[in-house]
Write a protein that binds this ligand. Structure first.
Ligand SMILES: Cc1cc2nc3c(=O)[nH]c(=O)nc-3n(C[C@H](O)[C@H](O)[C@H](O)COP(=O)(O)O)c2cc1C
Length: 127
């Protein structure tokens, strides 16, 4: 099976989880791992399994505004936050919204799974 793992990551946490998922899948399948900014319609069309993940922002998927806040926070000194190399650009939300241009996110028989990352805590507070 050909698996495509797509991730959005501001600070590298979701990226790290995506790397682990890709490593696990690669023991049995052909795996391509890409940031959402490089998840082209061609890669999607070639995949039998699509795995898509991103960070939780304000109890839901990130938005352009929450991604801007995350980037601003990383620029402030003393926060100890480092931006993921591929953090710039639209997130998974924008990618899904443009799904028409992605060839409807694969064929009729494409399997798909989603994951997210968030803070550790009570779901009431973390989302
Ligand atoms: C703007 C912003 C909003 C966030 N909102 C939430 C939230 O509502 N719930 C939560 O559990 N974590 C929240 N987080 C934490 C992130 O979901 C968490 O640290 C995630 O693992 C970061 O992944 P990344 O390093 O791949 O961007 C937020 C982080 C940012 C920057």
């Amino acid at each position: 099976m050909r698996a495509l793992v797509v991730y959005e990551s501001m600070y590298g946490n979701t990226h790290a989880v995506a790397v682990s998922i890709a490593a696990g899948l690669s023991t049995r399948h052909d795996v391509t791992l890409v940031p959402v900014t490089r998840a082209t319609p061609e890669l999607v069309a070639a995949a039998d399994l699509l795995v898509v993940g991103g960070p939780t922002h304000l109890h839901r998927m990130s938005t352009a505004a929450s991604r801007r806040w995350a980037a601003d926070a990383a620029r402030k000194q003393g926060r100890g936050l480092t931006m993921d190399p591929d953090a710039d650009g639209p997130g998974v939300r924008g990618w899904l919204e443009g799904a028409g241009s992605l060839g409807s996110l694969g064929g009729q028989n494409t399997l798909a799974v989603a994951f997210d990352t968030r803070l550790s805590g009570v779901p009431l507070f973390t989302g």
